[in-house]
Write a protein that binds this ligand. Structure first.
Ligand SMILES: [Zn+2]
Length: 144
């Protein structure tokens, strides 16, 4: 997904912001409504992420179908040095596999208690939080 930098430093730290395109517009429209939704083929029901305008398997039409937000932590990383403009370090980034479709992985800031070391495979919930500028609602990974 393409992104640009959030330039609203008066409202919070800089974050990369998405630039919705025909493939991703439905994802961001759903999160703006507080719904985590993943692209899914209407014909063969295959989950497709990153989203596409047509199914890569059967060329069928697609929709953004709501998902539970439940999953497991596939991997995570601690960002200790600021390589690009962004929030204050350190912070964690997680990748979660969805319960409905383990092949679908959602990336987001990983929020944990300070004394909790994330464990690969631990249950997580994918929540949604507004970006610093409030222009988008983005996924965040939370311990379940
Ligand atoms: Zn299909």
């Amino acid at each position: 997904m393409t992104s640009t930098l959030d330039q609203s430093t008066d409202r919070g730290p800089l974050w990369p912001l998405p630039i919705p395109d025909p493939d991703t517009r439905g994802f961001w429209a759903a999160t703006a409504q507080g719904v985590l939704a993943v692209c899914r083929c209407l014909d063969c029901r295959q989950w497709i992420h990153a989203p596409l305008e047509r199914c890569r398997t059967c060329m069928g039409p697609v929709e953004f179908a709501p998902v539970s937000g439940r999953g497991t932590l596939h991997t995570w990383i601690a960002v200790n040095r600021q390589a690009v403009p962004g929030p204050d370090v350190p912070y964690l980034v997680g990748v979660a596999e969805l319960e409905e479709a383990p092949s679908i992985r959602i990336t987001g800031v990983l929020r944990t208690a300070t004394d909790l070391r994330p464990q690969v495979g631990m249950p997580v919930t994918i929540g949604l939080e507004p970006t610093a500028a409030g222009d988008f609602v983005a996924p965040v990974i939370l311990p379940a």
